[in-house]
Design a protein around this ligand. Sequence first.
Ligand code: DHB
Ligand code: FE
Length: 278
Amino acid sequence: MAEIVGALMSSHVPAIGRALERELYGDPYWRPFFTAYPPVRAWLNETKPDVAVVFANDHGLNFFLDKMPTFAIGAADRYENADEGWGLKPFAPVAGEPELSWHLIDEVIPQGFDLTVCQEMLIDHGLLLPLRLFWPDAEPLPIRIVPVNINTVLFPLPSAARCQALGQAIGEAVRRWKRDARVVMIGCGGLSHQLEGERAGFINPEFDQIFMDRLVDDPEWITRFDNEELVELTGSQGVELLNWVAARAAAGGPLRVVHRYYHLPISNTATGLLALAA
Ligand code: DHB
Ligand code: FE
């Protein structure tokens, strides 16, 4: 049977892609950011997951405002990276794990989670940059993925409670997958930020820190907020934290903190990084 080894959550911003391209590891602005990841890499080297279920939001690459699935899942044997407008050079494609995708589709849709099934899916900075930070030197990445897309872009969004329920259902289904695979859950994006409008540049570090605390031991806490409250508290892109909520729920619990890091700013947000072991 498959085993879930833990959950990793990381911010994403396109500027990280530029910093990776230019190898700005020692740059004064980027150094604190790049120092965040080595402890997670050490844990991955020990734990050696084979498969990742990656919860992320699309940024206009697959879905735009005219067609926006609330939840979508990839069922491809590989995922090409493409740039949705930031001018980043694409990374190599990432291998899929279609057998697990179809297992999840067959288990989770009958439970009432209406996933849009995508036999082709492109991956953008939001999903790929956290993976590139976890496995920086490997080309191709040493992991096969199942992408799960959550709409954090176009209202109405799924509630935190619904994302948590989806994560739980996916985690339970992974545990019933009859393969000797080691699976890690990954949540991408956040934490608080707002890119447009009067509150452009808004960041709420106090809320981010409380959210990170609670996600470890009291993951239900976030479900007390509806999405309008979450936008108020975290900004219009801060709701990307729904990807963290789903990944945490998918890993089950209790979980042990392997590494936790919060640093401000990177671009319009913070580096939020949390690694939790089963
Ligand atoms: C930024 C953050 C994001 O989540 C994103 O998708 C694009 C840009 C930023 O802070 O620059
Ligand atoms: Fe984003």
